[in-house]
Design a protein. Structure first.
Length: 431
């Protein structure tokens, strides 16, 4: 297999021609970071659970493969997914699937809760640094699970987990979700202190409650779970994707356009929207939509620090850096969540940005004109950000390794084209 091929076939690339103002409405798809965990949660009960507004993205298809490997029957069409877990028997998630997506580790909590055991390969996904699962495993051990690790697999067994009070050393989203799903059928009461507060956590709690769970405190830093003996299937609609919404709002801003994202509450993006306003982006909020636009020539520098929710989302850091690259003045972006989030900076510099990285800080000298070049997408959010940079650049930008974008954005090019973008997916041969 040669460079630029995937599975023996020429790898797709994106050709982006800058200079077009993006204008119009774009519907936000279901949240990737919620749908994957809801799919995992369906393992807690035997029978058919139905999820609506599920995004048609590669990560969802990977999680579907994980569930089917375990024995579930999954049907997925037009945003609606039915997961029949009646025949689930296997408790092992293989390396071949888990390596493709970190969220696969979320099946551990449900499997231990329902079946008393789980064996899961160490997770993969975007290369954002050593995102260890120590907090997940320590929490399961505190609940009575016996944790073993060998040959790249983690195994947890327990006849039945028991409730306990635990303080998470970091408000990890993944650990909060995994321990939530493990605790819903544990004996007694579990209290999670310093729990993650993301909207996707609240969405998961709502689904678990509809399945019969007894949960209090969703959306706060203290979540209390009273264990129940049995869960039942349920039906649920996935919340809108706030990261996708933020991506398209910045697309409107950097192109001097006027973009409205629909199907999202502005409340889940409060700090992000305040930063856009500080840059000079014009923002209009409605109950279920947000509109952004403005003149890039009037944008000014701001400092940004990523933090767990309700702080500035690390998943919007790369897109924000594109905006700050064209704003007048010097901005400092501090990454406090993932240590390798600046891995895309060299690619953005290839397009003309002036960025200097020092540890977890990036200093951006804005006011630069971006120009098209060949760049590669090192991860999901970086791929989206580089697409936005291409839209704001003069000339044509060719993006490689775009499979990262497919992991988390549904019909990305189609939505951009509907707003007026000149963007085309091509194979290496046609490029």
């Amino acid at each position: 297999m040669t460079v630029g091929e995937v599975g023996g076939a020429p790898a797709p690339r994106l050709l982006v021609r800058g200079g077009s103002r993006l204008c119009g409405q774009v519907p936000v798809s279901g949240a990737k970071n919620s749908a994957l965990k809801l799919m995992a949660a369906s393992l807690l009960a035997s029978g058919n659970s139905v999820l609506h507004n599920v995004p048609d993205i590669q990560d969802v298809h990977t999680m579907r493969e994980v569930l089917e490997y375990l024995g579930a029957d999954v049907e997925f069409s037009d945003g609606t997914m039915t997961v029949d877990t009646t025949s689930v028997q296997s408790h092992v998630a293989p390396y071949e699937l888990v390596q493709r997506m970190r969220a696969s580790i979320q099946i551990m909590g449900p499997l231990v809760a329902r079946f008393g055991e789980a064996r899961v390969a160490m997770p993969g996904g975007c290369n954002l640094g050593p995102r260890k699962i120590d907090i997940h495993l320590r929490g399961l051990a505190e609940m009575g699970g016996v944790v073993r690790s060998d040959h790249g697999f983690v195994e947890v067994t327990a006849s039945r987990l028991h409730g306990t009070d635990m303080f998470l050393e970091y408000p990890s989203v993944g650990a909060t979700e995994n321990l939530l799903m493990a605790a819903v059928m544990a004996e007694g009461t579990t209290t999670l202190e310093n729990a993650a507060r993301e909207p996707e956590i609240v969405d998961l709690c709502k689904f678990l409650i509809s399945m019969g769970a007894d949960i209090d405190g969703a959306g706060s830093s203290t979540i209390r779970i009273n264990g129940v003996t049995e869960m039942h299937p349920a039906e649920h609609t996935v919340i809108g994707d706030r990261i996708e919404a933020g991506t398209f709002l910045i697309a409107g801003a950097v192109t001097g356009g006027d973009v409205e994202v629909t199907g999202i509450s502005p409340h889940v993006l409060d700090l992000f929207l305040s930063k856009l306003r500080a840059v000079g982006v014009t923002i209009h909020e409605n109950a279920r939509s947000i509109r952004a636009g403005g003149d890039p020539a009037s944008f000014v520098a701001v400092d940004v620090s990523t933090l767990p929710y309700p702080g500035f989302a690390t998943d919007l850091q790369a897109q924000m850096m594109v905006l700050l690259s064209i704003a007048q003045g010097v901005s400092v972006v501090t990454e406090n969540v993932f240590e390798n989030r600046f891995g895309f900076v060299d690619e953005l510099v290839r397009l003309g940005a002036d960025i200097r990285v020092d540890g977890n800080h990036a200093v951006l000298t804005g006011g630069r004109s971006l120009t098209g070049a060949i760049v590669r997408c090192p991860d999901l959010r970086a791929g989206a950000a580089l697409t936005l940079a291409g839209l704001a650049a003069e000339g044509c930008t060719e993006l490689r390794d775009v499979y990262h974008i497919d992991r988390g954005y549904e019909r990305f090019e189609d939505k951009l084209r509907a707003l007026g973008a000149e963007i085309e997916r091509v194979t290496a041969d046609s490029a």
